[in-house]
Design a protein around this ligand. Structure first.
Ligand code: HEC
Ligand code: HEC
Length: 289
């Protein structure tokens, strides 16, 4: 009889199941509580406080327009004048706010553009009366400011190029001095083309040289290049005189280039209509093959 009342002996399997159940329930409860607490905290600091504060500060220190902030990990590519204008300059120039010359308002820009590109660029870079330096966005590169200046001024008919330093235009006195140096020191080769020196009226030779910029030409004149002797071979010549002679040579070359360009349109219309109809049918037949 006593045997019947006795509980069956617990198997090891039953024991471990009971143990697991007893331990697991509180553990799950604890984990849930921790999770809940963390969730509440996270919500408060990240989403509500820090982000909002950050946004508020950014809004406050942002004087005009959108910052074209620079990410140090991404190689910088200068934005076009249109983009810079839209994002930074338009906040004033779009409406003519605080006395700024309004975009596309030819009357407002006429006198300003007459000052010349260099003055406009300097004012845009450094500020001018109520015009803030770089339109108030210190992140803009010089080139981006130049692009925007050109975008705005060319919108009212100017034909400026977005260069950072417009070429120095030598005065008449400087050109006269340069010519004197040239006649004495440089003409021996450059007037005749001797030893491969570029003649001043050699349009094809000077076009690419001028495109390379004056600094490169000054360097060549002072230090020599390839078969060109430094200072035309007269090392007693001052750097300044070699530069003036170069100014003169380039101004002569530019005159030759302008003259060549002016005569071109006269010849073009005469030759083009004559050649075009003749070549087109020939192209078509060759395509069919
Ligand atoms: C906060 C308003 C404001 C913003 C933004 C602004 N400008 Fe201006 N800008 C002015 C005002 C005002 C003037 C007229 C200043 C004067 O003549 O006294 C002006 C004048 C100029 C001039 C003519 C300067 C001259 O010599 O006559 C240029 C060029 C110019 N801004 C370029 C820019 C460029 C480029 C940007 C954007 C990168 C820009 N501005 C953004 C207010 C602004
Ligand atoms: C002895 C002959 C000779 C004399 C004198 C001479 N040059 Fe030249 N010069 C050359 C030759 C040759 C070249 C072409 C070099 C080349 O690019 O191969 C040249 C090229 C140049 C160029 C173009 C350089 C470039 O970057 O390609 C300049 C600028 C120049 N000379 C300036 C001067 C000036 C200024 C003087 C006088 C102070 C002068 N040269 C006198 C022979 C001469």
């Amino acid at each position: 009889m006593s045997h019947d009342n006795e509980m069956s002996p617990t198997t090891p399997r039953q024991f471990s199941l009971a143990l697991l159940g007893g331990l697991l329930a509180p553990l799950v409860a604890i984990l849930l509580i921790i999770g809940y607490a963390v969730a509440i905290q996270g919500e408060q600091t990240d989403a509500n406080t820090a982000d909002a504060q950050d946004r508020e500060v950014r809004a406050r220190i942002q004087p005009y327009g959108t910052s074209l902030a620079i990410d140090p990990n991404v190689p910088h590519v200068d934005r076009t004048g249109e983009v810079v204008y839209t994002e930074v300059c338009a906040s004033c120039h779009g409406s003519g706010a605080i006395g700024s010359p309004k975009f596309k308002d030819a009357g407002a820009w006429a006198k300003r553009n007459a000052q010349g590109y260099n003055t406009l660029l300097t004012h845009a870079l450094k500020g001018f009366n109520k015009m803030p330096a770089r339109g108030g966005d210190a992140d803009l590169t010089d080139q981006e400011v130049a692009n925007a200046v050109v975008y705005m001024t060319n919108a009212v008919g100017s034909k400026f190029a977005a260069v950072l330093q417009q070429e120095r235009i030598p005065s008449a006195g400087e050109l006269a001095k340069g010519k004197a140096v040239y006649d004495k020191e440089c003409a021996t080769c450059h007037a005749s083309g001797m030893t491969g020196a570029q003649k001043l009226n050699d349009v094809a030779a000077w076009k690419p040289l001028i495109k390379g910029g004056m600094e490169a030409l000054y360097l060549s004149a002072v230090n020599g290049t390839n078969t060109a002797p430094a200072k035309g071979g007269n090392l007693k010549l001052s750097d300044a005189d070699a530069r003036l002679a170069t100014d003169y040579m380039v101004s002569e070359a530019k005159a030759a280039i302008a003259k060549a360009a002016a005569t071109k349109p006269v010849t073009k219309p005469a030759t083009q209509p004559a050649t075009k109809p003749a070549t087109k049918p020939a192209e078509k037949t060759s395509e069919k093959k």
